[in-house]
Design a protein around this ligand. Structure first.
Ligand code: FAQ
Length: 336
């Protein structure tokens, strides 16, 4: 039931069905491809191929789901934040994530899908969301590590999406990236405080947290390029600007230096600078774990989806009241 692995949309042209195009459609497609090649942005009202539209709905809705499911691991700690300052920061961060979900659902809706359809796919386990949010938050240090590593990975992936060829998604990402940047900084600062001014036990708690989150964070960027079914087409259309492996490498290179300043080690004996490549080499990612988690069998998949479904059901009265209010006022507005 909790699988995230089901496809919600048929693909074209690779779904086995013969795609028949009219001469007019072929011309529209040719013009569309030329606009993409010229680096133009596509707006919601513009003609676009069905596969481009579906790819965007898939990616943007998965992204939106990740934001609202991503509120849960941290929301869990709001009542247990150690100081008023940390509590205020965490509350603001979790609210930002809810806001990101809303911008992204709105961007997906410009492509002709409804929010109800998107949420139904999430609640019935047909839609994916980021694998990272199926891991548990066991200690306060996890709040810092999520900011530093999870938001850090999210920014690395999302900055290039600010140049996505679909303009409504690109515009939403500009605002989201500004907020993600604050999220990353607050997480790093919380960890730095514990490492520099904390007790031995607090430093050990930070190291344990980094040990648990490191590998799942590397998985956030998605499968290796040669095993990524969507990458080639998405790169050609300018939906993705940088490949999964390139982003993962950039993240590793940036994080190694930050870990040194923090005074933590990264849990990978194979992590070392490669002078010839001018990048860090790193160990082999356990892709069987990644696919298990994406397939619904991670440590918290059931809990996360259960919490989202419960929130939806508990909110039914708000939706009903809003509809009743709208119905009551519509005739008055029409008469005015
Ligand atoms: N988890 O062919 P590709 C955040 C799926 S937001 C689950 O490479 P694609 C903020 C993929 O969907 C984090 N599934 O796919 C925050 C595809 O399945 P499908 C989310 C994954 O789309 C921070 C299949 O594997 N960010 O963290 C994952 O070209 C802190 C094959 O993969 C975004 O969504 C995964 N990690 O590239 C909130 C950014 N990776 O759909 C709270 C936008 C891959 O064919 C607290 N998305 N899959 O059935 C993207 O950039 C891309 O969609 C990728 C995947 C890079 C995630």
């Amino acid at each position: 039931m909790y699988t995230q692995a089901m496809d919600t949309m048929a693909r074209e042209p690779g779904d086995g069905k013969k795609v028949i195009r009219s001469a007019e459609e072929a011309l529209l497609e040719e013009r569309f491809e030329a606009r993409i090649d010229d680096g133009e942005f596509i707006e919601a009202k513009d003609w676009m191929p069905e596969h481009y539209r579906k790819t965007l709905v898939r990616q943007i809705s998965q992204h939106a789901h990740s934001e609202i499911v991503g509120m849960l691991p941290e929301g869990n700690w709001i009542t247990r934040a150690p100081t008023l300052k940390r509590k205020a920061i965490l509350l603001a961060k979790v609210q930002d994530e809810g806001g990101h979900g809303l911008y992204l659902y709105a961007a997906a809706e410009t492509l002709g899908t409804s929010r109800d359809q998107l949420l139904d796919a999430l609640h019935t386990g047909r839609a994916k969301y980021s694998s990272i949010f199926n891991y548990p938050t066991l200690t306060w240090a996890d709040m810092g590590t999520i900011g530093w590593l999870v938001d850090g990975a999210a920014i690395m992936n999302q900055v290039p999406i600010c140049r996505c060829s679909y303009a409504p998604y690109a515009r939403a990402m500009i605002r989201i990236c500004r907020e993600e940047s604050f999220h990353q900084r607050q997480g790093y600062e919380a960890l730095l405080t514990m490492m520099q001014h904390g007790t031995e036990a607090q430093r050990a708690m930070v190291q344990d947290s980094v040990n648990r989150w490191w590998w799942p964070c590397l998985m956030m960027f998605g499968p290796p390029d040669d095993q990524s079914p969507n990458s080639a087409q998405s790169m050609r259309w300018g939906i993705k600007r940088v490949s999964n492996d390139e982003l993962r490498q950039k993240f590793v290179d940036a994080t190694v230096e930050q870990a040194k300043v923090l005074g933590v080690t990264l849990p990978d004996p194979d992590l070392k600078w490669n002078e010839a490549r001018q990048h860090h080499d790193f160990g082999t990612i356990d892709w069987s774990e990644f696919w298990r988690v994406v397939g619904g069998d991670g440590p918290c998949n059931q809990e996360r989806l259960g919490a989202r479904v419960k929130a939806w059901e508990d909110g039914a009265w708000v939706r009903e009241a809003a509809l009743a209010h709208a119905a009551k006022h519509t005739p008055l507005q029409q008469a005015a």
